[in-house]
Design a protein around this ligand. Structure first.
Ligand SMILES: NC(=O)c1ccc[n+]([C@@H]2O[C@H](COP(=O)([O-])OP(=O)(O)OC[C@H]3O[C@@H](n4cnc5c(N)ncnc54)[C@H](O)[C@@H]3O)[C@@H](O)[C@H]2O)c1
Length: 245
């Protein structure tokens, strides 16, 4: 089950953590994985490690917030599976503070990477998927985009919520073409640095543990598979029980 042999998968922001885990798993299920990251060295290292493990991968570095760059990089590949994973604060670090204390100049960064990045990449792959009659688009979004969170990341919430809404509507537009579109609303992951609230938040997770790249990768492998052809237009919480639907 969930075999991806013969499929070409693009995972954005796959140079580390969640994206790297997703890339490894899709490759081990048989996909030829294009490892994207804005940091070319990271993409190269992850692709090399996958290839050393005996699976098919190569780096495809570009900035997902640069629509022309995304279109140009994707044009050469008949992509079957797109995992929109690049996110967080993009190439920056996330400055955590209440929305009232933010400057409007600070909003574009998280919205560019978490919403526009998803729009550019999805827009670039969809026509080919529709033409070939098969495709899987997956968004790695966040509980911060589907429920309110009081942790000082409101612009990020806007970007993630925007991406989740975008993908649900796109899913319905393409539902009769063999292309499915879903999002994963992640809870707090173990690779998140100590934001001061991480330990406190971990205690509120019903399973009492943070998420791992393998947790996300397993759901991506399912969503990318033939077996998931009836699963579309969903925003699926993956959060150790901390988000209920
Ligand atoms: N870490 C968490 O607790 C958490 C929680 C919920 C959702 N998420 C989401 O899960 C996804 C993965 O999270 P992570 O913690 O593994 O992220 P991370 O920040 O550790 O890694 C993201 C990768 O994306 C790359 N990247 C950033 N901007 C890019 C751009 N413009 N173009 C291409 N690549 C770019 C970075 O260089 C980095 O290698 C993100 O979308 C994040 O918002 C994370």
């Amino acid at each position: 089950m969930f075999e991806l042999k013969g499929k070409i998968a693009l995972v954005t922001g796959a140079g580390q953590n969640v994206g790297a885990g997703v890339a490894r798993t899709l490759a081990s299920q048989g996909a030829h994985v294009l490892v994207n990251d804005i940091v070319a060295d990271r993409a190269g290292e992850v692709a090399d490690a996958i290839a050393r493990a005996g699976h098919a991968a190569e780096p495809l570095p570009f900035d997902v917030t640069d629509g022309d760059a995304a279109r140009a990089a994707i044009a050469d590949w008949p992509i079957d599976i797109l995992v929109n994973n690049a996110g967080n604060a993009g190439a920056e670090t996330m400055e955590v503070k209440p929305f009232a204390q933010t400057d409007p100049d600070e909003w574009a960064g998280p919205i560019e990477v978490n919403l526009y990045g998803v729009m550019y990449c999805t827009h670039a792959v969809l026509p080919g998927m529709i033409e070939r009659g098969w495709g899987r688009v997956i968004g790695v979004v966040s509980g911060a985009g589907t429920v309110g969170v009081n942790i000082g990341v409101a612009a990020y919430s806007a970007g993630k919520g925007g991406a989740a809404g975008l993908l649900r509507s796109v899913a319905l537009e393409v539902a009769q073409t063999g292309v499915t579109v879903n999002s994963i609303a992640l809870g707090l992951m173990s690779n998140t640095g100590d934001t001061g609230v991480t330990a406190q938040l971990e205690r509120t997770i019903p399973t009492r543990r943070l998420g791992t790249p393998d947790d996300v990768a397993a759901l991506c492998a399912y969503l990318a598979s033939e077996e998931a052809s009836w699963m579309t237009a969903q925003t699926i919480p993956l959060a150790g029980g901390s988000i209920t639907s």
